[in-house]
Design a protein around this ligand. Sequence first.
Ligand code: GLY
Ligand code: MN
Ligand code: MN
Length: 439
Amino acid sequence: MTSMPEFATRRRRLMSQMGRGSAAVFVSAQETTRNGDVDHPFRQDSTFYYLTGFEEPNAVAVLRPGHDEPFVMFVRPHDPEQAIWVGPRAGIEGARATYGADLAFPIEELDERLGGLLSSATTLYFPFGEVEHSNVEPLISRIVARRRAAAQRGMAPLEAVRDPLPLVDAMRVVKSRAEVAALQAAIDATGAGLHAAMRATRPGMHEYEVQAILEAEYRLAGSPRDGFPTIAAAGEHSCTLHYTANRARIEDGDLLLLDTGAEVDYYGADVTRTFPANGRFTAAQRDVYQIVWEAQAAGIARVRPGVTFHSVHDATLKVLVQGLIDLRILRGSVQSNIERDAYRPYFMHGTSHWLGLDVHDAGIYRANGKSTALVPGMVLTVEPGLYLASDAPRVPKRLQGIGVRIEDDVLVTPSGRRNLSGRIPSTVEALEALVGSGD
Ligand code: GLY
Ligand code: MN
Ligand code: MN
């Protein structure tokens, strides 16, 4: 678990960048109804968690650098009736004692108190436009309007309203030791799940049965929930990038693509393995698989400090396009096919994204026309694929319906990289030895 001092350090770092005379307001995630009296499972907003560690809905955090009481929280107070139905809340006391708030108030007092707490700020940081903040945005707007009117009467004006997320996201994209440890735990749980799923897979099972094996292992390995809905895609479904129906029967001769990740302490793995359900690649499946495997190896080898985020994609793309030429799907040179985007029907997504609290994590990919340079502590996925859907152009019959993606989670280290999920089998030989080997 991330320690309370680490959350406090993050707030201090953020406040030192905001500067004196400013204040920031962050809002928790809200509960959402699923149906009837049932809510969707609640998960705290990632940025709110990153800065507070607080896991309840209906909360607001205020940061006031340079102030005697810089960290203020509004939370749901203790409620004996609610405690009977859904359990205890941290309450006002917990916000102070456990979460380190200098001041804490009931959330019901937000309207009457927030303006006063922000009254000496000349710069207000608030992330307008986030869906989950729609309950607090009107209040912020009213406070801004009141400050404008007050400035006419000689009070200190509010000079700027700014977005805090670029500052927080720049922090989130570089992981601390504790964050890497949480990610590694999530990845190790995911590895245990994939190992069990590979051993158990047989033709005739359904995609959701394999999903159940994965997710049972995650729970047993210490992961309370998944980072995103598991993709268990057999046969032609492997060509659908974010397939989540997971209802189909797995046929003899199908490839099974599993794109999945356990979550530990809010940090989520994101790993894909593709393997033959009956334990033997056909020659056609192996040809495609080997190209994607080599493309991924080239992408991972590219990761090191100083290289750009997009150069990882360039490295995988060259190998994939050469492979498409070797498979006689594309003609001409690698370069000309890349320039014409001719590979797009078969590889239509990027190679990488940042990974952390969100599966597609916070962080800039490109600024001022320049791709972000990698620095130690960043974690990115490397996930090339080839998707040869039967209705895609120029796919020979023997290759139709083959979709392959291989995805690993890679930490940038001072000397290069560490593939955090590299122990999860991905070679043809290792997969053939493992798939179906369970009792
Ligand atoms: N699992 C979603 C992705 O790979 O980006
Ligand atoms: Mn994935
Ligand atoms: Mn991914």
